[in-house]
Design a protein around this ligand. Structure first.
Ligand code: TYD
Ligand code: MG
Length: 454
């Protein structure tokens, strides 16, 4: 006998409660509780399963089969996936509406089907004609690319079995329904159930499944957070809606590194790979402008040059305004406090705005010194030599701390035509660095670095 029970779920994080609440105790968001029905199956007594083979075995005896990877024909996407698609894996692709999730996945389908892999693209949002129109712009044709416009999971599984596809795309998990679950599509129960069934089918049929997920205002996949725990990889597509470029970032990956990013440019003919991101991010940089500096950061396995801009001006209010775009706000406040206390810059009465040009989100601490120099440069209204690149993390005592992969960062600066680098003293290695065709300024504290601002 099945009995219906009503529970309330937080639509942001999936928190479950027996009554409605204004604020979610788990994620603290307001007005997110929605009522859902769950069917409770009658409790059956637990009967232990008969063990036929040893349940536990020594780690030495476990047989490993090399995971089979399929190249997507797109180097940026392959890099983020950790070297290609793993068969039988479940990948979640999240991002704001209109960022290009469907475009990226359809392009991937085009590449795979051109190489003879059968792919099934299921959309619950667009009609077949709409997908085809987009496909034509992307040059997707070929018999191996199968389209389907449906929201019913059973239908989807039936056609998957019929067509023997090796890769399946489910465009938007929020539109899919499992027929035997009563809740509306997009609700926590439905999303969770559909994902768990997709996971089973992916493992059972050895099909790589990509699911598209919409993102909430806060930037997490709408619906329960638990979704991220169930899947093998989570990729987020981000970028400034106005700027043409997009960043694909792996935030979880069971088959590769999570720090990798892929850079794309949205054009009329779909997403183009950007193989030299430094060049793109530095494009249009003002020369000899106070407040503009270049830092060398590492994203995944790749060094990348970025421009940091700061604007410091007198405040008209009692409370100075601080704004940061692309870097952590608290980090900027910390750096300003260090500048104030350890380098004697009187910033208390100044507004300060910090921006990463190009709209990239930066969380590499090695950009600290660059942020500090940009702020000081704007405050003193003196430009830093535009051929100089800055690398270093700042500590609370005003010391410049060493960072990893220094040679790779300097190498990138040199490749992009920079003539000098400011680096942490602890990373300075006279022998190797003197041989480089680039001037190195090792600094050990913030005051020493500010002396280089002429
Ligand atoms: P889309 O992939 O539909 O976004 P999502 O699935 O993440 O919601 O991307 C739609 C945007 O991309 C839309 O604003 C138009 C733009 N676009 C191009 O600029 N060029 C193209 O070739 C395509 C297909 C889309
Ligand atoms: Mg879409």
């Amino acid at each position: 006998m099945a009995k219906d029970k009503t529970v309330f779920f937080c639509s942001e994080c999936g928190f479950e409660a027996s009554k409605w609440m204004g604020q979610c105790p788990a994620c603290k968001s307001w007005n997110t509780f929605a009522e859902e029905k769950v069917v409770v199956k009658k409790n059956t007594a637990y009967t232990p399963v008969q063990v036929k083979r040893p349940a536990a075995m020594s780690i030495n005896k476990v047989e490993v089969t090399e995971e089979v990877r399929m190249a997507t024909g797109n180097t940026e996407l392959d890099r983020v996936l950790g070297g290609g698609i793993v068969k039988g894996s479940l990948v979640l692709v999240g991002g704001d509406p209109g960022i290009g999730k469907s475009t990226l996945l359809l392009q991937m389908c085009r590449n795979l089907s051109d190489k003879g892999t059968t792919v099934l693209y299921v959309s619950g949002e667009e009609s077949l004609a709409q997908i085809k129109m987009r496909g034509e712009r992307l040059g997707a044709k070929g018999d191996k690319l199968l389209l389907m416009s449906d929201n019913d999971l059973d239908n989807i599984f039936a056609s998957l079995e019929n067509c023997n596809a090796e890769v399946m795309i489910v465009d938007s998990i929020q539109t899919m329904t499992a027929a035997d679950v009563d809740n509306a599509p997009g609700t926590v129960t439905q999303v969770r159930e559909v994902t768990s069934r997709l996971l089973q089918i992916a493992k059972k049929m050895n099909v790589a499944v990509f699911i598209v997920g919409h993102v909430t205002k806060e930037g997490t996949v709408a619906g329960p957070r638990t979704l991220e725990h169930m899947v093998d990889s989570v990729l987020y597509f981000e970028g400034d809606g106005n700027a043409g470029f997009r960043i694909l970032r792996a935030v979880k990956n069971r088959f590769g590194s999570t720090n990798e990013i892929g850079v794309f440019n949205m054009t009329e003919n779909g997403l183009e790979e950007v193989n030299n991101p430094s060049q793109m991010f530095l494009n249009g940089r003002p020369v000899d402008a106070p407040g503009s500096v270049v830092v060398s950061t590492i994203e995944g396995s790749r060094a990348m040059l970025l421009e940091i801009q700061a604007l410091v001006c007198d405040s008209n209010f009692n409370m100075a305004r601080r704004t940061s775009v692309g870097v952590d706000y608290n980090r900027v406040n910390l750096i300003m406090a260090v500048l104030e206390k350890r380098a004697g810059l009187n910033l208390a009465g100044s507004d300060c705005y910090v921006n990463i040009a190009g709209g990239l989100k930066l969380n590499d601490p090695s950009a600290d010194l660059g942020i500090a120099m940009a702020i000081a440069s704007s405050f003193r209204n003196r430009a830093l030599d535009s051929g100089c690149c800055i690398i270093g993390e700042i500590g609370l005592a005003g010391e410049i701390r060493g960072i990893r992969n220094i040679m790779q960062r300097i190498g990138e600066a040199k490749k992009m035509g920079f003539t000098s680098c400011i680096i942490p003293f602890s990373n300075y290695d006279k022998k190797t660095m003197d041989a480089l065709d680039i001037k190195i300024f090792p600094v050990s504290n913030i005051s020493a670095a500010l002396m280089l601002l002429n």
